[in-house]
Ligand binder design. Structure first.
Ligand code: NAP
Ligand code: MG
Length: 401
């Protein structure tokens, strides 16, 4: 059979450790035999980041802006131990942080649901997509441990000299203070990314904060979302029969438990951190989760939500077999290929992505899976495969389809 032809290259960001091994396996077994794969390759492996003084990460983000779609392998975020292990010139920043800052994006994560790996919440039939704002609030805070009695004030000094001053609290003994912020610019991009993604994936959008208590801070989030929705998205949502609604965060949490799923839940930074871990662990495990970074101007970067699976890599280096789950990395590729197919009007590429995802899930439903899934599945008589044999089993299912 003739290979599927591509028009525009995908930005390919290679990574580290066990996921780098999976990356090559997926390309060799599941992609290159079927697609005339066109990529612009950036090696974000830690050695190459170090050689290029991390310029390769910046270049890959720029290429993503140019071409519109990227697929990223998990990468090491260096800490002190990695600086020694890889003899690094510096403790380079997290590539995800650099790419996120360059694209000004929002991260959307959704569990990959499959028969036999059942959500703990019985009525969740369809995946719940978490949209997490990735800037500010408690993640960019300033804190003071108050030593004793005194007055704490919140002061803003404008560039034009205007001053706004509020008393936070008059302490009569030791305590704590925290200063947090966000910007209208960042909240606006977050809102646009959520509305665009909802339209793109044809799902309703929920947004929730605690505006009844935080009448200026959280209320500002609510107002910006509503304003952008009314001005830019309301008609488009109506045309697609989709709904946007705002509610209080505690109400949202209660309602989420009772739904069937199949919608997007936009959360402020902290809520998104906590709720995405809650949703993903209720649905199985990290390798069964898709993750995509979407910029407000429609640039997409697909990745796996888990890390480089270091513990498995060290076993691999010792020549031992590992049963590392490649599903999230396969879905990063299919997500990117489908998007490329959509943007370039290549229906065969979109069909290929759908079919490869189906083949992956069917293989699991047929009882062939990696160890992490075998430990939690409700299916009986399953076969635990190592990564390579699992990838080959997917290829057999795919060919049979
Ligand atoms: P991790 O790679 O996510 O792995 C943590 C544990 O989760 C593994 O030891 C394994 O458990 C399980 N696991 C994760 N992915 C799996 C998979 N595909 N198949 C089977 N089991 C899987 O996190 P980490 O070990 O804490 O971090 C390793 C490196 O990844 C770090 O250097 C970190 O900086 C980096 N990281 C990168 C990203 C990213 O690029 N997006 C995200 C997070 C972390 P068992 O050992 O029990 O089998
Ligand atoms: Mg977390």
């Amino acid at each position: 059979m003739a290979k599927i032809q591509m028009k525009t290259p995908l930005v390919e960001m290679d990574g580290d450790e066990m996921t780098r091994i999976l990356w090559k396996m997926i390309k060799d077994e599941l992609l290159i035999p079927y697609i005339d794969l066109k990529t612009e390759y950036y090696d974000l492996g830690l050695e190459h980041r170090n050689e290029t003084d991390d310029q390769v990460t910046v270049d890959s983000a720029e290429a993503t802006k140019k071409y519109g779609v990227a697929v990223k392998c998990a990468t090491i975020t260096p800490n002190a131990a990695r600086v020694t292990e890889y003899d690094l010139k510096e403790m380079w920043k997290s590539p995800n942080g650099t790419i996120r800052a360059a694209l000004d994006g929002t991260v959307f994560r959704a569990p990959i649901q499959v028969k036999g790996i059942d959500p703990c919440v019985k009525n969740w039939k369809k995946p719940i997509t978490l949209a997490r704002h990735a800037y500010g609030d408690v993640y960019k805070n300033t804190e003071i441990k108050v030593p004793g009695a005194g007055k704490a004030e919140l002061v803003f000094t404008g560039d034009d000299g205007t001053e706004i001053r509020e008393t936070i609290h008059t302490f009569d003994g030791p305590g704590i203070i925290q200063g947090i912020h966000n910007t209208d610019k960042s909240i606006t991009s977050f809102a646009r990314a959520c509305f665009s993604y909802a339209l793109d994936t044809k799902q309703d959008l929920w947004f929730a904060t605690k505006d009844t208590i935080s009448k200026k801070y959280d209320h500002n989030f609510k107002d910006i979302f509503q304003d952008i929705f009314d001005r830019e998205y309301k008609e488009k949502f109506e045309r697609e029969g989709l709904e946007y609604f705002y509610t209080l965060i505690d109400d949202a949490v209660a309602r989420v438990m009772k739904t069937e799923g199949g919608f997007i839940w936009a959360c402020k930074n902290y809520d998104g951190d906590v709720m995405s871990d809650m949703v993903s662990s209720a649905c199985g495990s990290m390798p069964m989760m898709t993750s995509v970074l979407v910029s407000p101007d429609g640039v997409y970067e697909y990745e796996a939500a888990h890390g480089t699976v270091q513990r498995h890599y060290y076993k691999h280096l010792k020549g031992e077999e590992t049963s590392t789950n490649p599903v999230a990395t396969i879905f990063a590729w299919t997500g990117a290929l489908r998007k490329r197919g959509e943007l370039d009007s290549i229906p065969e590429l979109m069909e290929f992505a759908d079919k490869l995802e189906r083949a992956t899930l069917t293989t699991i439903e047929d009882g062939k899976m990696t160890k992490d899934l075998a430990l939690i599945t409700s299916l009986e008589n399953v076969t635990v495969l190592n990564s390579r044999d699992f990838v080959r089993a997917i290829r057999e299912t795919f060919d049979a389809m």
